[in-house]
Design a protein around this ligand. Sequence first.
Ligand SMILES: *[C@@H]1O[C@H](CO)[C@@H](O)[C@H](O)[C@H]1NC(C)=O
Ligand SMILES: *[C@@H]1O[C@H](CO)[C@@H](O)[C@H](O)[C@H]1NC(C)=O
Ligand SMILES: *[C@@H]1O[C@H](CO)[C@@H](O)[C@H](O)[C@H]1NC(C)=O
Length: 311
Amino acid sequence: MADSPSPPSWSISSMANSAIQFLRLPVLASSGLAVIASGILYFKQNELIYPRNVPVDARTNVPKPRQFGITDYEDLQIPTPDGESLHALFIRPSKKRPTRNITVMMFHGNAGNIGHRIPIAKVLEETLGCNVLMLEYRGYGLSTGVPDENGLKIDAQTGLDYIRERAETRDSQIIIYGQSLGGAVAINLVANNQDHGDIRGMILENTFLSIRKLIPTVFPPARYLARFCHQYWISEEILPKITDIPILFLSGLKDELVPPPNMTQLFAVCKANRKVWRTLPNGGHNDSVAEPGYFEHIHSFVMEEVLGERK
Ligand SMILES: *[C@@H]1O[C@H](CO)[C@@H](O)[C@H](O)[C@H]1NC(C)=O
Ligand SMILES: *[C@@H]1O[C@H](CO)[C@@H](O)[C@H](O)[C@H]1NC(C)=O
Ligand SMILES: *[C@@H]1O[C@H](CO)[C@@H](O)[C@H](O)[C@H]1NC(C)=O
């Protein structure tokens, strides 16, 4: 047979080659898997942080103010500068009490839609005699788009600009109210607009220090992946920038989702010259609003700190 043995060089290079192949395979495989895993996580994380399909019909079934006995309102679609269309409700005071030159902008938590919060708007409108603008973030309810941190910041600014431009609300005193995730949205918006002089108060309910700090306990499926977290909402760093706007902190002491010390800590780092701390001793994450005293705390905050009607 004329076959000569393979030259050693070939053999060596072939061995080296297959060794490299062998070494390379798992590396490729694991980095491939990592890419897939982090892709799923990226997607999942968004679903976890912004569960806009909870409850299941939240993207289509948005209750209307009329269902709650509110007749003087407008159903709006407000365009954002980056091409989304935000569903919003503008509710006028029902004149059961003297109306006031105040507009409350409401930022909701991370599940559901604005329709689910209409009863809150109704109490605010009736007890404060104020206008209420309820804004649905992109990707929620009847708004277009997909939520993310940057997008929600644009949405909040769009809502505020809408109030500033609308003839009826242009000269009103604005109060920004945020629950849970909405608290982070509110903090960011107020920090960026405090020099304008028209925001006269902020109300924060059961909100968190930052998303990253929530991940291990609130989003356990993402526990090992906090480093992949691309949604920050660093309220504990932004809040101290707000100095001239009175802030009300409403903390449900039975909050099972965001441990109440998060609120205590936010209150501690807050540098606003007027800040008010109020607790709801039996308030859970989602039901603090139904606790006795909740709206009384808001009412006295608005009378004393926003309108300056101190006794
Ligand atoms: C509160 O809402 C969150 C979603 O924001 C949900 O995961 C949780 O189950 C709710 N808790 C209660 C007690 O309803
Ligand atoms: C409403 O409040 C703003 C800001 O304090 C003020 O400039 C404006 O004149 C008030 N408008 C009315 C109708 O009272
Ligand atoms: C804030 O909440 C997170 C999530 O549960 C928790 O890990 C963290 O310890 C809390 N921080 C404070 C200061 O309470």
